[in-house]
Design a protein around this ligand. Structure first.
Ligand SMILES: [Zn+2]
Length: 404
């Protein structure tokens, strides 16, 4: 862990371009990451009415709605994105652009989640929509490759928890396991819709050795996390941030100093000791009120507590359009707020590599690639620190540095 006030940490800020660092994105919704202009184009094709028809105005509308504090307004944003993602060509385009946008942000491996059951209103079947998204993802990967970049993106097929299609969607996911689908997820209304509603689906997945991540510990608390692990057999927790509610801090004054003890409940202990990955999404967690018990600013987000206590933390975006974020931006926010150094950014990234649903050989290759890149950057930093430029480095430069 880097001490933000140490002499070696400070100069890293002006020389490290977070965007250029290879990143891994595990929690990113397809219907939450469209380009505003694409929504406008697709809406015109199908005659869907939007709250704005100028790309920048529409972008602002999405972000305002997500920030409004009203769940109703937040959910309304998805009505619009999902409405324009009902045809084969629309799904191909959205998936292709999703890959291009991740690559542009420096993501080298991503898992994109979406719910096929929400894309059937124009008459496509579940299999057809999965194939259309796969076509778009592959087109995107090819385009990035042709442009000299590199990215791989797999699908996480999601079932909506308020609906009753869990088993059907689990079978769909397994059916496409050799054609781009790498895992299963449940999303939507967490409160009142425990994973145990889908026990049959999760048993089917387990019997087919197919991995699941489960949204839990976002809109609901510990009971939901426990249920995701027991009935959902979750290998990762979508957000899982409310596991921090099972961590008890007791700070007392001793000899004029604050001395604290930390006690973990059985569930937090299990999640930490089993190293169950947490797909944390800092900005989204603030907007949705997932961390309301802890505070209303990013500095009060329990991500740092979880990290310091040894939880398996990964950093994600959730809905890039609605939250107006990128993975680079989220890392920048954490670096700025908690003073993390490059070593911590690397640690979070490698956590994501190992938490991904890739086979172990691919994970190891990906980890080697990322570490090599970081070593080059760190070498450059050392050279910089030995340089005259560094001698002339002024603390005030820090304030002008845009990390986003
Ligand atoms: Zn999510």
């Amino acid at each position: 862990m880097t001490n933000p006030t140490s002499e070696t940490a400070a100069p890293s800020i002006p020389v490290v371009d977070l965007k250029s660092l290879p990143k891994v994105s595990l929690h990113d919704h397809l219907d939450g990451g469209l380009r505003p202009q694409t929504i406008i184009d697709l809406a015109a094709e199908v005659g869907h009415e939007l709250p704005a028809t100028d790309a920048e105005e529409l972008r602002a509308w999405f972000q305002e709605s997500a920030n409004s504090g009203s769940l109703e307004r937040y959910l309304e944003t998805f009505d619009h994105t999902i409405a324009v993602m009902q045809t084969h060509d629309a799904l191909v385009r959205v998936a292709r652009e999703f890959v291009e946008d991740l690559a542009e942000d420096g993501v080298v491996y991503g898992e994109v989640r979406w719910a096929p059951e929400q894309h059937l209103t124009a008459g496509l079947t579940l299999d057809e929509v999965v194939e259309a998204v796969q076509e778009g993802l592959e087109e995107g990967m090819d385009l990035v490759d042709e442009a000299g970049g590199y990215i791989e993106v797999g699908q996480l097929v999601t079932a909506m928890r308020h609906a009753d299609r869990g088993s059907e969607i689990a079978q769909l996911a397994v059916r496409h396991r050799d054609n781009g689908v790498v895992g299963f997820d449940i999303a939507g209304a967490e409160n009142g819709f425990l994973p145990s509603r889908f026990t049959e689906a999760f048993t089917y997945l387990a019997e087919n050795n197919f991995p699941a991540t489960v949204h839990a510990g976002e809109a609901a608390g510990l009971e939901s996390i426990q249920d995701a692990l027991v009935h959902g057999r979750a290998l990762r927790l979508g957000h899982g941030v409310r596991i921090a509610e099972d961590i008890h801090l007791d700070v007392q004054e001793e000899d004029g100093r604050d001395v604290g003890t930390v006690t973990l409940g059985d569930l937090a202990q299990w999640v930490r000791d089993r190293q169950i990955p947490l797909e944390l999404c800092p900005s989204s967690n603030l907007q949705t009120g997932a961390i309301a018990q802890f505070g209303t600013t990013i500095s009060e987000h329990p991500i740092d507590l979880l990290y310091q206590l040894g939880f398996n933390v990964t950093v994600n975006t959730d809905n890039r359009l609605m939250s107006g974020v990128t993975l680079t931006g989220e890392f920048g926010l954490l670096v700025e707020t908690f003073g993390y150094g490059l070593d911590t950014v690397l640690e979070f990234t490698l956590n994501a590599v190992h938490a991904s649903f890739l086979p172990i050989e691919s994970r190891e290759k990906l980890a080697d690639f990322i570490i090599e890149h970081y070593e080059d950057v760190m070498e450059d930093m050392e050279e910089f620190e030995d340089s005259e430029e560094f001698e002339a480095f002024d603390e005030s430069d820090l304030d002008d540095t845009d990390q986003g």
